[in-house]
Design a protein around this ligand. Structure first.
Ligand SMILES: *Cc1c(COP(=O)(O)O)cnc(C)c1O
Length: 453
């Protein structure tokens, strides 16, 4: 008989009845029984606000360089940040799908429109490359912390960095961010792409001098091959999407920037004004880092839900069974086949799952056709075009309202009377770089479906 970590499927299902539906790839909404008070949870986490602040400061040091080499960031003085907008015209669609009134404000965090690589990976991915570059340049006495970092846009620096290589495994977007940033600095950079990665991403990277290695298997294999390659090169550096605290902190910086945007709009988050955040999740670093930053700032007043495709519910399985990276969706007969290429990950980050096991409110899963329906509806109503992965977060408000588990969460957390003051923020993790023909095809696909059906 087939067993997973010594237990049969039947035993697993008995311990976790929701597995039945998860294995049938039905949409589910899971709330985390280990979710707890921030002040307690943070005691068991080795990263702190100080680490996030250090990342924020490092990005400020690099801002003059970024502004110089990526002119599209000049208007923001070299800070790569996305707008937060209201999407009120989605409300009627959500209400229809949830068959009830949706109270509170609807916001969209447009990481789809982040400069340089058009996805949330422009946070963590770029940050990690910059940190590595800074570490090398400082160790070799080419740079000091109080220099104007725009001096790095120079042949001597590019020649120096060309002695070093950077390697990463990716389903696409992380490769774009790491590849573009590394190549700009002068590094040799190799991106190992999983079979899910879109052709245009590979073409774009090659046009920038990045070496792209294509794999016929999924994300885990691409990562494994990348790691092997970097290990062989004494000057090689592997960006470890599954375990990197650097990536994680790069993502976490988003929180303070979001807080400022909310303050500017006089949107309150406090005891009486809960903030619900819905984050598309692949391996977990992006949503995990953002959620960590948000919990540091808003503590128990922010409620972070992760969103995964029904065919790639790796973080859900990892958190629910508490086995984290010891199990994969394939162990449970789930195929990890989804059009949400950014989320096509079969085994979650153990580091993220363990770090946030008491801070994530829950995880829900979304079918691909729902992603397409949301894509089309958001385009029609708000004229915003996202890639399928990013729509997983847009499903959040409806799913919270219409699921029993979501309703129970609201009651248990004593939020029922506060929903009119609440804010629902969907993290739109990517989309602006998708070629037009491809986006048109996504849109046409969406015409076949209606949200909530
Ligand atoms: C990578 C990615 C995510 C999720 O980030 P992880 O760190 O893999 O969890 C979500 N959306 C898009 C568009 C992505 O590219």
């Amino acid at each position: 008989m087939k067993t997973i970590l010594g237990k049969s499927i039947e035993e697993w299902k008995k311990a976790y009845p929701l597995l039945e539906q998860i294995m049938e790839t039905e949409e589910v909404f899971w709330t985390n029984p280990k979710y707890g008070a921030f002040d307690e949870a943070i005691k068991n986490i080795s990263l702190s606000e100080k680490d996030v602040k250090a990342a924020e400061e490092r990005l400020l040091r690099f801002a003059p360089y970024i502004a110089k080499v990526f002119p599209e960031t000049q208007a923001m003085n070299g800070i790569i940040e996305s707008p937060t907008i209201e999407i009120p015209r989605m409300k009627p669609y959500f209400e229809k799908a949830a068959k009830q009134k949706l109270e509170g404000k609807l916001l969209l965090k447009c990481d789809s429109h982040l400069a340089i690589s058009g996805s949330i990976k422009a946070r963590g991915g770029i940050y990690e490359v910059l940190k590595h570059a800074e570490d090398l340049a400082i160790a070799n006495k080419m740079l000091s912390l109080d220099d104007d970092y725009s001096i790095m846009d120079n042949e001597a620096f590019r020649k120096f960095f060309s002695n070093y290589s950077i390697v990463v495994g990716s389903t696409g977007n992380l490769g774009l961010s790491i590849g573009i940033m590394s190549a700009k600095l002068g590094f040799h950079v190799t991106v190992h792409m999983s079979a899910d990665a879109k052709q245009w991403k590979k073409d774009l990277l090659r046009s920038k001098g990045v070496t792209v290695v294509e794999h016929k298997s999924d994300y885990s294999k691409a990562v494994e091959e990348g790691r092997k390659q970097a290990d062989l090169d004494p000057n090689g550096y592997f960006v470890d999407d599954e375990n990197s605290t650097t990536l994680f902190l790069g993502y976490a910086v988003a929180a303070a920037r979001l807080k400022k945007q909310l303050d500017d709009r006089q949107i309150k988050v406090d005891e009486d004004h809960p903030l619900f955040v819905y984050l598309p999740c692949g391996v977990g670093g992006g949503p995990g880092g953002v959620a960590f930053g948000l919990k540091l700032l808003f503590k128990d007043h922010v409620h972070c839900f992760f969103a995964e495709p029904t065919h790639s519910p790796c973080m859900l399985l990892g958190l629910m069974t508490e086995q984290h990276d010891r199990i994969s969706v394939q162990d449970f007969g789930i195929d990890n086949q989804t059009d949400a290429d950014g989320l096509a990950v079969g085994r979650p980050s153990g580091f993220v799952g363990k770090t946030l096991e008491n801070l994530i409110s829950g995880v829900y899963t979304v079918e691909d056709h729902e992603l397409y329906a949301l894509l089309r509806t958001l385009a029609d109503s708000e004229n915003i075009y996202l890639e399928p992965s990013a729509l997983a977060g847009v499903a959040g408000p409806t799913r919270l309202l219409k699921s029993l588990a979501g309703q129970k969460y609201i009651e248990d957390q004593q939020l029922k009377g506060k929903m009119a003051n609440s804010v629902h923020l969907s993290w739109a993790t990517g989309g602006s770089m998708v070629p037009k023909e491809m986006m048109d095809a996504y849109y046409r696909r969406g015409l076949q479906f209606q949200i909530g059906k």
